[in-house]
Write a protein that binds this ligand. Structure first.
Ligand code: CAA
Length: 262
C-alpha cells in the first residue's frame, strides 16, 4: 500500500504493533463523507496488510467520534443514485478487515457514527459519550447496519425504542447494556485504556489473534451448531501453525513465548 497523506483522518503507530486511525474532520464533528470513508478504507487496508501492525485503534476526538453520515452530502441524493452507486456499501469494508479493530468512542457517535463503532470488534467509550440512531428525525432510517447490529447488541425492544424515537443513549448505558466492553471516566483514560488493550493483543501470535477474531465474528452469522463446527475446524488448523508449538512449548518450559507469526 503506497504511503498516502490524508485530509480527513490521521494515522499513527503509537505503540508496537498498534496502528491508530483518528477521524479528523473537526468542523463537521467528523461527519462521514464519501472522501472521509475513502481515506478510512485506504488506511484500514494499509494497516491490515502491514507486517508491523497487529491491532487497529479507531477513534475520533474527545468531542466527536462521528456525528453520522454527512447529511449535507446526502440531502439531494436520489433513489437511483443511491441504488446504482450502492451508497454506504463501501463502509462495510471495515468488517472485512482481518486484524482486530478497537473503537475508542468519546463525544457524539450518532447515526453512521454509532454504526461505524458497532462494526468494530471491541467498543470502548467514555461514560459521557453520546450514542444514538437519530435518522428517524431526518425522515430516514439507519443505513449502515444499525438496525441489525444495535438490535443484536441490546435486544429488539430497546433497539426499537431508540430507532423509532431517535432518543440518544449515554456511554454509561452502552456499558451497562453490553454495547461497550468497558467505559472510562475521561478521554485520556479512554485512549490509554484502548492502547493498553491494543498492545496486549499485539503481543500475541498474529495467527491466533486473527483466527480468534474470525471465529467470534462467525457467531454473528451462524447458528450455534454450525458456529461450533466452524470454530473446531479453525482450532484444528492452528495445530498447523508454528506459534501453537511455540506457545505450548514455552508454557511447559515456563518461558515467555517468542512468537514467529507463522
Ligand atoms: N452531517 C453533516 N454535517 C454535520 C453533521 C452531519 N451528520 N453533524 C454535524 N455537522 C456539522 C454541522 O452542520 C455544523 O456545521 P456548520 O458549522 O457548518 O453549521 C458543525 O458540524 C457543528 O455542528 P453543530 O453546530 O450542530 O454542533 P452542536 O454541538 O450544536 O450539535 C450535534 C452537535 C447534536 C451532533 C448536531 O450536530 C447534530 O444533531 N448532528 C446530526 C446528527 C445526525 O442526525 N446524525 C445522523 C446522520 S444520518 C446517518 O448517519 C445515516 C446513516 O445511518 C448512515
Amino acid at each position: 500500500w503506497p504511503v498516502k497523506s490524508y485530509e480527513f483522518i490521521e494515522t499513527t503507530e503509537p505503540r508496537p504493533g498498534v496502528g491508530q486511525i483518528t477521524l479528523n474532520r473537526p468542523k463537521a464533528l467528523n461527519a462521514i463523507s464519501t472522501p472521509l470513508i475513502t481515506e478510512l478504507n485506504h488506511a484500514l487496508l494499509a494497516f491490515d496488510s502491514s507486517p508491523q501492525i497487529s491491532t487497529i485503534l479507531l477513534t475520533g476526538s474527545a468531542k466527536a467520534f462521528a456525528a453520522g453520515a454527512d447529511i449535507k452530502e446526502m440531502s439531494t441524493l436520489t433513489f437511483s443514485e443511491a441504488y446504482t452507486t450502492s451508497f454506504i456499501e463501501s463502509w462495510s469494508l471495515l468488517t472485512t478487515i482481518k486484524k482486530p479493530i478497537i473503537a475508542a468512542v468519546s463525544g457524539h457517535a450518532l447515526g453512521g457514527g454509532c454504526e461505524l463503532a458497532l462494526m468494530c470488534d471491541i467498543l470502548y467509550c467514555t461514560e459521557g459519550a453520546n450514542f444514538g440512531q437519530p435518522e428517524i428525525k431526518l425522515g430516514t432510517i439507519p443505513g449502515a447496519g444499525g438496525s441489525q447490529r444495535l438490535t443484536k447488541a441490546i435486544g429488539k425492544s430497546r433497539a426499537m425504542e431508540l430507532i423509532l424515537t431517535g432518543k440518544n443513549f449515554t456511554g454509561k448505558e452502552a456499558g451497562e447494556w453490553g454495547v461497550a466492553a468497558r467505559t472510562f471516566g475521561s478521554w485520556e483514560e479512554l485512549i490509554e485504556g484502548s492502547l493498553k488493550t491494543a498492545e496486549t493483543i499485539a503481543g500475541y501470535s498474529k495467527v491466533a489473534v486473527m483466527a480468534a477474531k474470525e471465529v467470534v465474528n462467525k457467531s454473528q452469522d451462524l447458528g450455534v451448531r454450525d458456529g461450533v463446527e466452524y470454530e473446531r475446524r479453525v482450532f484444528h488448523s492452528l495445530f498447523g501453525s508454528e506459534d501453537q508449538k511455540v506457545g505450548m512449548k514455552a508454557f511447559a518450559e515456563k518461558k515467555k513465548p517468542e512468537w514467529t507469526n507463522k
